[in-house]
Design a protein around this ligand. Structure first.
Ligand code: TYM
Length: 329
């Protein structure tokens, strides 16, 4: 009997992965793999819902695989695979889109509204139904918990609703999943505008630090980061959101407590604080990139191939049951 809790999460291979993706999501994953059955996907079919270059996509799939490995995800414990390698994801997305998912739900999704902006009718159907594919990713593996940043919570809630509706209609078929959001750093903000989340697709490269940024460039981005009015170092996310964001980054990448940082920086100003933070970020990135650079493309491809086999085996068993309950078998 398999009582082991299953964890599923993924990252889209679009844009340069940032320290926001790392702090909000990926850094949690390596800790979870010691206790649970973990499945981590490079969700490439999500990345084609907006404009993209095929060559970039190909390169980024391997890049993200290496980022997973450099973050400490061990393919001996966790399944690492490419979403498009397991066709059950798109098959289940069709079934869920025809059963548990309603247009009214999808219209409420903040990420769709943000990405589509003014032109809601002129974007791809895929951008609109994207959360249904995400629900399929999650439900296909009987996932109990989904470690994600704050911005994906709404999508996980929708996956829960879809699972409940499907179970209501066809009998218990899917586990109802929960989002697992970190207490600190679930929403790392842009370095140039603390009201916006740090995003890998932001056109202003100074707004984010990529995990693969040149170290000197990354340090400069910290020194240039906007700060709020005031001069002392204090944690006040409401009135001083820019500083609160930098403190969160410091705490998470430097393994320190925010409370402790505030104490240690008593009597110091922004200049000293930022200089030290730049060093913390530089140290983190140097160690990360050392690991990243030691992984070859061939190694990453092998990891994906062995992950494909394991994910495919789990997914095909589940799909057989689902095809039966909906009446096509
Ligand atoms: P994506 O690729 O945009 O982001 C990957 C993960 O990084 C988190 N994240 C952040 N966390 C903190 N601060 C930030 N500024 C920040 N920016 C991004 C995201 O919350 C996410 O956890 N739809 C998903 C990918 C996906 C998925 C799934 C996730 C597809 N299928 C199934 C989990 C389970 C997405 O676009 O994430």
């Amino acid at each position: 009997m398999d009582k082991l809790k299953t964890i599923f999460s993924g990252v889209q291979p679009s844009g340069n992965l940032t320290i926001g993706n790392y702090i909000g999501a990926i850094s949690q994953w390596s800790e979870l793999q010691a206790k649970y059955r973990c499945i981590f996907s490079i969700v490439d079919y999500h990345a084609i819902t907006v404009d993209y270059e095929p060559d970039d996509l190909r390169r980024r799939i391997l890049e993200i695989t290496k980022i997973y490995l450099a973050s400490g995800i061990n393919p001996e414990y966790s399944i690492i695979f490419q979403q498009s390698d397991v066709s059950a994801h798109t098959e289940l997305a069709w079934i869920l889109g025809s059963t548990g998912a309603y247009i009214a739900d999808l219209k409420k999704m903040t990420q769709f509204k943000d990405k589509a902006g003014e032109k809601q009718d002129a974007v791809s159907v895929g951008l609109f139904t994207y959360p249904v594919l995400m629900a399929a990713d999650i439900l296909l593996y009987d996932t109990q918990a989904v470690p994600v940043g704050d911005d994906q919570k709404q999508h996980v809630e929708l996956a829960r609703d879809i699972a409940k509706r499907f179970n209501g209609q066809y009998g218990d078929s899917f586990v109802v999943p929960e989002a697992l959001v970190p207490k600190e750093g679930a929403r790392i903000m842009s370095l140039t505008d603390p009201t916006k989340k740090m995003s890998k697709s932001d056109s202003n490269v100074n707004s984010y630090i990529s995990l693969l940024d040149n170290i000197e460039v990354a340090k400069k981005k910290i020194m240039k980061a906007v700060t709020d009015s005031g001069t002392d170092i204090d944690y006040d996310p409401v009135n001083r959101p820019a500083l609160a964001n930098l403190l969160t980054i410091y705490a998470r990448l430097g393994n320190r407590e925010i409370k402790r940082l505030v104490k240690d920086y008593k009597g110091f100003g922004y200049g000293d604080f930022k200089k030290d933070l730049a060093e913390v970020v530089a140290k983190f990135l140097t160690a990360f990139q050392e690991k990243y650079n030691a992984i070859s493309d061939d190694e990453a491809k092998e990891v994906l191939e062995s992950g494909r086999q394991k994910a495919e085996a789990l997914a095909s068993l589940k799909m057989e049951k689902i095809r039966q309950v909906i009446g096509v078998r």
